[in-house]
Write a protein that binds this ligand. Structure first.
Ligand SMILES: Cc1cc2nc3c(=O)[nH]c(=O)nc-3n(C[C@H](O)[C@H](O)[C@H](O)COP(=O)(O)OP(=O)(O)OC[C@H]3O[C@@H](n4cnc5c(N)ncnc54)[C@H](O)[C@@H]3O)c2cc1C
Length: 438
């Protein structure tokens, strides 16, 4: 046991935590004093306070990093919960398999991917990560080990998938992979001039492509509101899966003394990005890393935001109000002048999520980063919250460090049922914030 200052990816919250570790999947839960609580911690890629437990302890799981079995015929992989998705891809891609769902970074652990029931660019076809978990082991603080799956201890499975680490520690999981013929993707990139065009293109693209995602220039106003690039892709049908895979990386070696992200750099970046493609449509072939994980090429890119850190605002609004709500959100962001490099827009499909607290649901999700500019950003978020809540939407806990409790509780209808499954020894800063305060 040691005490260490831990921050999450947004670097807004930094606090000393007592840190315990799980080093083997047969290790038992740490013995805590009666007054203390603990939260499993993966690789800290959550942006706000859902992976922190300020005033309490963290249980590091990255050291649970062993593969257990890999059936190359059936594409079934079992591994410990601290294994990174990057490590899995390194093992399975040359064997002709791929993870069925990947988020925008491969530096997340299997336990973290389960606890946030993460989604990828293929939600309309594959749903969330949890749908592809065949079974997992849940270690509770009383020493109980529960084997949970869609057919066994099903209520514990539904609580633990998307359960924000609060039901106990996942020690290992078995995943169903999907076959590929090549580490490359055939990518079509389409420029669109406004939101109406986006919605038309997206509906078409989802019929043809497994993966779709759009980048939006959130500084565009008037006729340019919602202009951007839609990226669609399928795994390439040809080429050996064992093609050499390039792995070049840049790094931001230390936190910058001030934020490099300001109104001028944003406008230049967004304009250049929008115009980087000459024609309206472009076809390319890309390695999976550059298509799925473009940000991973710059290690520690979060340091670009300086010591004050940054927030990400990721909401989902239901399909029937998506067009109106997204327009209003983008108008509000554009007139605030506080926009971001990364405005990502994605349509979620109708496939149900397996977790009681899973974030994805049918609708449209918008995600944007904002440098932490104190009260100005807080006021903007309040305006955005009103739009999201008025449309019956909600925010993503993995990206959140500030949503009001009422917005969480109205967006996650099963939160009280879920509370019955929380391990008595587990808690998090996020959970206390959204359930104990108005
Ligand atoms: C650049 C970037 C892009 C991203 N893109 C996406 C995206 O496209 N889609 C998406 O859904 N998310 C995305 N995310 C968010 C990220 O996928 C999630 O926050 C993920 O849960 C982080 O995993 P982690 O291993 O870092 O876990 P942490 O952030 O350390 O923890 C996340 C949660 O998992 C719990 N947890 C961790 N390990 C265990 C365990 N062994 N047992 C039980 N609970 C555990 C923690 O208690 C916590 O509640 C992105 C994040 C970044 C930085």
């Amino acid at each position: 046991m040691a005490s260490r200052v831990i921050s999450s990816w947004g670097n807004v919250i930094r606090a000393a935590h007592v840190v315990y570790g799980l080093h083997s999947r047969s290790d038992s839960f740490p013995a805590l004093s009666a007054a203390s609580t603990v939260l499993p911690f993966g690789n800290g890629r959550s942006y706000g306070d859902s992976c922190l437990n300020v005033g309490g302890a963290l249980l590091q799981t990255r050291t649970l990093d062993r593969f257990i079995s890999f059936d190359r015929e059936a594409g079934v992989l079992a591994c410990e919960a601290g294994v990174l998705l990057a490590d899995i891809l390194r093992l399975v891609v040359p064997a002709g398999w791929f993870l069925p769902v990947v988020p925008g970074t491969c530096y997340v652990t299997v336990g973290g991917a389960i606890a946030n029931d993460v989604h990828g660019k293929n939600h309309h076809q594959a749903g969330t990560f949890g749908r592809h978990v065949r079974q997992l082991e849940l270690l509770r603080s009383d020493g109980t080990r529960l084997l949970c799956s869609p057919t066994q201890n099903t209520d514990w499975f539904a609580a633990t998938v998307g359960g924000l680490g609060l039901t106990g520690a996942v020690t290992w999981a078995e995943l169903q992979l999907r076959p590929i013929r090549s580490p490359r993707l055939d990518v079509e990139s389409i420029r669109f001039a406004n939101l109406d065009e986006f919605f038309t293109l997206c509906a078409e693209a989802e019929r043809k492509y497994e993966y779709t995602v759009a980048w939006i220039d959130c500084l565009g106003r008037g006729k340019q509101l919602g202009r951007g690039l839609l990226q669609c892709a399928n795994h390439a049908r040809e080429g050996a899966a064992s093609d050499p895979v390039p792995d070049r990386k840049l790094s931001v070696p230390f936190p910058l003394p001030m934020s490099a992200v300001n109104a001028l750099s944003l406008r230049v970046f967004n304009t250049v990005h929008y115009h980087r493609q000459r024609g309206r449509r472009r076809l390319t072939s890309e390695y999976f890393q550059s298509f799925f994980f473009p940000l991973d090429r710059i290690l520690h890119w979060n340091r670009l935001y300086g010591p004050a850190g940054f927030y990400q605002y990721q909401c989902v609004v239901p399909t029937h109000l998506a067009r109106e709500a997204t327009t209003e959100l983008l108008q509000t962001i554009a007139s605030s002048g506080l926009g971001s490099f990364l405005a990502v827009l994605k349509c979620f499909g109708n496939i149900g999520s397996p977790g009681m607290l899973s974030f994805p649901r049918a609708g449209v999700t918008l995600a944007l980063d904002f440098p932490n500019r104190g009260a100005r950003v807080a006021r903007l978020f309040e305006s955005l919250d009103r739009i999201v809540s008025g449309a019956g939407g909600t925010l993503y806990p993995a990206k959140d460090g500030r949503m009001p409790g009422a917005l969480f509780r109205s967006g996650y209808a099963r939160w009280q049922e879920f509370s019955n499954y929380i391990d008595p020894a587990c808690s998090s800063s996020f959970w206390r914030r959204v359930t104990e305060h108005e």
